[in-house]
Ligand binder design. Structure first.
Ligand code: TPP
Length: 650
């Protein structure tokens, strides 16, 4: 790595001659591949942004100027050039570099991010401050065509065009979100690319135009002018119309072109969008050919790259269940905000394409489209990740719950998620959903129970949230919807009777509870699978029969199962001790979930410690974890392996 070895800081990039930059880009690309092969990560997006990364660091000073990467998943090259090369293979691992940009990690990262579509609003805020203080640094937002589908990005653009601060917006258009990008704007960007080719062809050779201009030859000159205007990207351009100067599209892999345009734009007043066209996965054959699979890679052999097969997951179980539901009822719809693959819906989308809609990275829209469908008596399922549903909170309250509509929220990635880290932790949904009237919440412990919950939700109607974690689950035999098991919504399940203390757990923490309880006759275990409503009858019985209760959840303790139980016990006037184990009031970074559960105090060690604090010496297991146990986990800092599944990004 002749050049890269001498790059310790972005200033070293500026010292290179322009002619050396393509070689630097090649070396950077190889280093990104090497890092992802060892650590897994967002390979295809980072490869597509290599030339842009080099050009930006050549022209701008990222310690002073603000380069605001949207999502932050395309920044492995940026991290390598900004002094983090020696740690790049730790990305997304315990104590390692974050998978996205983080202001806590480097002065060169302008934004702590992970969710899409925030770059433009954040850049506007920065520009307002800069101009109010009379500072003169540059602000460059880099946003993908996928992230641009988010309402937040479009609303920010609307403001930027109005306020007109000096800033550069780079639209990195590769026609892909995680899957193929969707929406009218995407079609528009496609036509702009064609227009550009057309213009070049018009300048270059008349022959190239034959067959294209000929149909226009006979029409009058006014019509021809109008047609030309239509074909001119700058005239009827929506960004231009919104007050943002538009330049492009240009080849985003051509460093000379990037430098040429960026240098000019840098000197302009007001906001300018540079539309660059790139290829996701550029320069690495497998990723170029299959950018969907290689959007988020598990570890691989860089010489013989083969994507690792993934175990049957909760997402697959949901996708199969959704297909069975759609087979049984032609009013079933599934809505995804740009997460077809991650939510297990590839097969569903093929089988039931007429009742599948990808709304782009627009979670708010996904929820309210669900509301609209339900208002017309369809049966929508909004398939969404726990942390992304945060974007649709008001829509759940305002559009779904106030009308008590029959919308099922299929919430994936509930709990700690591994390598994606703090921005993606699915640990708040029970808190924010439990407060919403009409909304019921459940969490199954296996595929059969997921089906039973979906079936019950379907039969009962009203807004119902069913949540499940990231990762593998045992598949269940395929049976038609009618043959799925029945379940009473709101009922808990006693998995093991105990004479003194009962552990109330749900989802993955049930496994910990069962392990710790073992065959100790004093310790019971209940599958507290519904947090709204909870099983009040069973809880009353337990409050009378048990000496103490312990709740265990992979969720923040504030507002989750522990809170629901505490509230109910207070209402009953019960005074038995209650220990609530879960995520304390802290931010949880990327890491191995099982280790984090333990260090946050709700893994097996934490449960044992809780029992011990209640006077029960558990039969087996280590005794080092504390009940609170939160501080040890924060900031990670521990080295160690992780499973490829836990570290593969979404
Ligand atoms: C709010 C939100 N929803 C969904 C995601 C998941 N996600 C991560 S990257 C991505 C695609 C982004 O596409 P684009 O901006 O075009 O970047 P590319 O990967 O194509 O370079 C999606 C949907 C997210 N990070 N944030």
């Amino acid at each position: 790595m002749a050049l890269l070895d001498d790059i310790h800081d972005p200033r070293d990039v500026k010292r290179l001659g322009r002619g050396a930059l393509p070689q630097l880009a090649d070396e950077l690309r190889a280093e990104v591949v090497r890092a992802c092969s060892m650590a897994g990560g967002h390979l295809a997006s980072s490869l597509g942004a290599v030339e842009l990364t080099v050009a930006l660091h050549y022209l701008f000073d990222s310690s002073r100027d603000r380069i605001v990467w949207d999502v932050g998943h395309q920044t492995y090259g940026h991290k390598i050039l900004t002094g983090r090369r020696d740690r790049i293979a730790t990305i997304r691992k315990d104590g390692g570099l974050a998978g996205f940009t983080s202001t806590h990690e480097s002065e060169h990262d302008a934004l702590t991010v992970g969710h899409a579509s925030t770059s433009l609003a954040a850049s506007l805020g920065m520009a307002l401050s800069r101009d109010a203080r009379g500072d003169d640094y540059d602000i460059v937002a880099v946003i993908g065509d996928g992230a641009l589908t988010g309402g937040m990005a479009l609303a920010a653009l609307n403001q930027i065009g109005h306020v007109k601060p000096r800033m550069t917006i780079i639209l990195n258009d590769n026609e892909m979100s995680i899957s193929e990008n969707v929406g009218a704007l995407t079609h528009y960007l496609g036509t702009v690319q064609v227009q550009r080719w057309f213009q070049q062809a018009e300048k270059g050779s008349k022959e190239a135009l034959s067959g294209v201009w000929e149909p226009l030859a006979d029409i009058g000159s006014r019509a021809k002018k109008a047609a030309r205007r239509f074909l001119d990207p700058a005239s009827n351009n929506p960004f231009h119309a919104m007050g943002v100067r538009y330049v492009g599209p240009i080849d985003g892999h051509n460093i000379a072109q990037l430098l040429y345009y960026l240098e000019h734009i840098k000197r302009l007043d007001g906001p300018t969008m540079l539309h660059i066209v790139t290829r996701k996965g550029k320069g690495y054959e497998v990723a170029e050919n299959d950018p969907i699979t290689w959007h988020g890679a598990s570890t691989f052999d860089p010489e013989h790259p083969v994507a690792k097969g993934k175990a049957y997951s909760w997402s697959n179980a949901f996708g199969d269940a959704a297909s069975a539901m759609a087979d049984a009822d032609d009013r079933v719809w599934v809505i995804t905000p740009a997460m077809r693959e991650g939510s297990g819906l590839v097969d569903y989308s093929r089988r039931h394409g007429d009742r599948f809609i990808d709304v782009g990275i627009a979670e708010d829209v996904a929820v309210t489209v669900g509301a609209g469908l339900a208002l017309r008596h369809e049966k929508p399922i909004v398939a969404i990740y726990s942390s992304f549903l945060q974007r649709g909170f008001d829509q759940v309250v305002h559009d779904v719950s106030l009308e008590n509509l029959d919308v099922i929220f299929a919430i994936d990635r509930a709990g700690l998620v591994g390598g994606d880290g703090a921005t993606h932790q699915g640990i708040y949904d029970m808190s924010y959903l439990r407060a919403i009237p009409n909304l019921a919440i459940g969490m199954p412990r296996n595929t059969q129970e997921m089906r039973a919950m979906l079936k019950a939700a379907f039969a009962l109607g009203g807004p119902r949230a069913i949540r499940w974690p990231r990762g593998a689950v045992e598949p269940a035999e395929e049976v038609p919807f009618d043959a799925w098991p029945e379940l009473t919504w709101g009922s808990w399940e006693v998995l093991k009777e105990g004479s003194e203390v009962t552990l109330l757990a749900l989802g993955p923490t049930l496994g910990y509870a069962l392990d710790v309880a073992g065959d100790d006759p004093r310790v019971g275990v209940v599958n507290a699978r519904f947090v709204k409503p909870i099983d009040g009858d069973l809880l009353r019985v337990l409050a009378r029969s048990q000496r103490a209760l312990v709740t265990v959840e992979d969720h923040t303790v504030m507002g989750g199962l522990g809170s629901a139980v505490a509230e109910a016990l207070t209402e009953f006037g019960a005074s038995l001790p209650l220990r609530r184990l879960g995520v304390p009031d802290v931010t949880v970074p990327h890491g191995t979930p099982s280790k984090q559960h333990e260090s946050l105090g709700y893994g097996p060690g934490g449960i044992r410690a809780a029992l011990r604090s209640l006077g029960i010496e558990p039969a087996t297991g280590p005794s080092d974890a504390s009940v609170e146990g939160s501080d040890a986990a924060i900031g990670g800092g521990r080295a160690g392996g992780r499973s490829a599944v836990a570290n593969a990004p979404k």
